[in-house]
Design a protein around this ligand. Structure first.
Ligand code: K1U
Ligand code: ZN
Length: 172
C-alpha cells in the first residue's frame, strides 16, 4: 500500500468526468487500498479516485470517529437513487481545496447502488453525514468541486488564494 499525492484545485485533472470500472480485480483493489491509506494520512473522511489522478468511478470513505474502530467503505460505479426532496446543510471541506470550509445544501437522504470491494452489488440507504459525503464524492466523479455550489465571488476568491499559494510554493 502507498500514500499517493492528492491533486489540488485548480488542477484541470479534477475537472475530468471519471469512467466506469469494467472489472473489480486485484489492480482495482490495490488502487482502493492506496486511496484509503492516502485518505487516512491526509486526514479525511472520503476520497474519489480522480483526487489521486485516476479518472475511474471509485470512492473510499470512513466516517468512524477518532476513538472508534475503522469502518472503511468502498464504492465502485456508484449511482445515486431517489434523492430526498428535503435538504440538509453541512459545512463541507475537501482535500483538493485545502483549508477552506463552507456550507453546502444537498438532499438530506438518498439511496446508493454500487459495487463493493469484492465486486458485489449493494444498495445503501444514506442520511446525515453519510449522504452528504457520498454526494460530495459523487460530484468529484463528474468533475465538480464543492466550491462550485458556492457563489462565483467565493469560488474565485478561494481559487485565487490556492493559485497564489501554489506559485509561492513553486518559487521556494
Ligand atoms: O476531499 C474529499 O472529498 C474529502 C472530504 C470529504 C467531505 C468532508 C465533509 C463533507 C463532505 C465531504 C474531507 O474529508 S475534508 C476533511 C474532513 O472533513 C475531516 C478531516 C478529518 C477529520 C474529520 C473530517
Ligand atoms: Zn472533495
Amino acid at each position: 500500500m502507498s500514500i499517493r499525492p492528492i491533486l489540488t484545485a485548480p488542477d484541470a485533472r479534477l475537472r475530468q468526468v471519471s469512467k466506469p470500472v469494467e472489472t473489480v480485480d486485484g489492480e482495482l483493489r490495490a488502487l482502493m487500498d492506496d486511496m484509503l491509506e492516502t485518505m487516512y494520512d491526509a486526514p479525511g473522511i472520503g476520497l474519489a479516485a480522480i483526487q489521486v489522478g485516476v479518472p475511474l468511478r471509485v470512492i473510499v470513505m470512513d466516517l468512524a470517529g477518532k476513538d472508534e474502530e475503522p469502518e472503511p467503505r468502498y464504492f465502485v460505479n456508484p449511482e445515486i437513487l431517489d434523492p430526498s426532496e428535503d435538504m440538509n446543510v453541512y459545512e463541507e471541506g475537501c482535500l483538493s481545496v485545502p483549508e477552506y470550509f463552507d456550507e453546502v445544501e444537498r438532499p438530506a437522504r438518498c439511496r446508493v447502488k454500487y459495487l463493493d470491494y469484492d465486486g458485489n452489488e449493494q444498495i445503501l440507504e444514506a442520511e446525515g453525514l453519510l449522504a452528504t459525503c457520498i454526494q460530495h464524492e459523487m460530484d468529484h466523479l463528474e468533475g465538480v468541486l464543492f466550491i462550485d455550489h458556492l457563489s462565483r465571488l467565493k469560488r474565485e476568491r478561494v481559487l485565487k488564494k490556492l493559485k497564489k499559494e501554489q506559485r509561492l510554493a513553486a518559487a521556494s
